[in-house]
Design a protein around this ligand. Structure first.
Ligand code: AKG
Ligand code: FE2
Length: 200
């Protein structure tokens, strides 16, 4: 494990947002082992989502883990958490220290290839409270993370989330901005993402 003092964070400097990117949060060799472990030990599920009354298979696989029993609901899906594995406990410790908080709920996303995606949204569900803190850890294939301001259409940003990186969003980011992982026609390998949230 790296010493925390060596983990460098870079602020994104976007208006109405508080976002910091830690490109080398976990070193590549360690991140590769974690990717393999998460891929193999997670009970991945593909839920149906309802968008404007139509039902679609969600374009990625997911799993929910929590330190409490609180469920998480979004896009008409209600997920009940599993207890954290040893791998997830040690990742949570490391993320908690850098983010100076105590996350409760870990949503895992598995993007199998470039066709898997996550559409425009904000993580603003009411169970997360006002100004939620969200940390997002990435393993495997680098994917673009797009941000767009909700009202000022001139404000957009994109960042490639590298293997082993952490993206921290807090303050009013979820109120003022939307984010997505777009699909792409490129031939891509798998990516696993863990988003850390607090559901008190
Ligand atoms: O895969 C990512 O980097 C983002 C995931 C995300 O936005 C979410 O699960 O809410
Ligand atoms: Fe999100």
């Amino acid at each position: 494990m790296q010493n925390n003092q060596q983990i460098q964070g870079f602020p994104l400097h976007l208006p109405d947002a508080d976002i910091t990117y830690f490109p080398k949060f976990i070193k590549a060799s360690e991140a590769t082992c974690i990717f393999e472990t998460l891929l193999n030990e997670t009970p991945w599920q593909q839920d149906d989502i309802k968008v404007f009354g139509k039902v679609y298979a969600q374009p990625r696989l997911t799993a929910l883990y929590g330190t409490n029993q609180k469920s998480y609901s979004y896009s008409n899906i209600k997920m009940t958490p599993l207890p954290l594995t040893e791998t997830l406990k040690s990742l949570k410790n490391k993320v908690d220290i850098v983010c100076q908080t105590d996350f409760t709920t870990l949503l895992l996303n598995y993007y199998r290839d470039g066709k898997d995606s996550n559409g425009w949204h904000a993580d603003n569900e009411k169970e997360l409270g006002k100004n939620p803190i969200i940390a997002s850890l990435s393993f495997g294939q680098e994917r673009f993370f797009h941000l767009k301001h909700r009202t000022d259409k001139t404000l957009k940003h994109k960042i490639a989330l590298q293997h082993g990186s952490l993206l921290l969003m807090k303050g009013e980011t979820q109120h003022k901005w939307l984010h997505q992982i777009p699909k792409t026609a490129k031939q891509l390998h798998g990516r696993i993402n863990i988003t850390f949230r607090i559901i008190p």
